[in-house]
Design a protein around this ligand. Sequence first.
Ligand code: ADP
Ligand code: ZN
Length: 211
Amino acid sequence: MTLILLGAPGAGKGTQAEVISDRYNIPTISTGNIIRAALKNGTEMGLKAKAYIEKGELIHDDVVIGIIKERLAESDCDGGFILDGFPRTIPQAKALDDMGIAIDAALSIEVSDSEIVKRMSGRRVCEKCGASYHMDHRKPAVEGVCDVCKGKLVIRKDDEPETVLNRLKIYHESTEPLKDYYKAQDKLLTVEGQDDVKDTTALVLKALSEI
Ligand code: ADP
Ligand code: ZN
């Protein structure tokens, strides 16, 4: 299966991606994670991306398209993959079409802006390994400590309230039009994000089982 996950920042794409990955045994390609890893490793691309990420702005299309092209060429993508955080603009979607990769579906997880703002304030990430947590929905065993590597849990700089509002604005302007783009290709699936992550997962798996 080749799947695109759409949805506002904080809609829970990453969490659902993990479940789908396990169920269908396909890798998740998260542009956000790839870019953050580059930033951490101090690569040239990472350094250029830093200011954009911290302000919640989008990285230039050419850069992300290049990242995705390289990543999708790796052999673990041969049997399918999940794209989490790509495409985020119409030019990115067009570039993906131009790569000649057939997409089975674009699944949009719908969550209201007010709910997003509320959720983002509880989001924490491990500063060492990048694992993500939520103070209400996905608590670590020990408060402030990563279950995986015992690293310290921190608020991602771009999860700070002013940045979240900016990211939502950019989402509505640049990314939401992708719903119409994939609808026109008859590939759009929508799922209402639920308060309980497990309930969203059930809806997601049901939608995918029907394609
Ligand atoms: P989210 O929590 O919104 O899903 P991500 O981890 O996917 O956040 O992305 C974090 C940041 O990385 C974005 O705000 C943006 O700066 C950059 N980024 C990730 N994917 C893309 C993309 N497809 N196009 C442009 N910028 C991107
Ligand atoms: Zn960790």
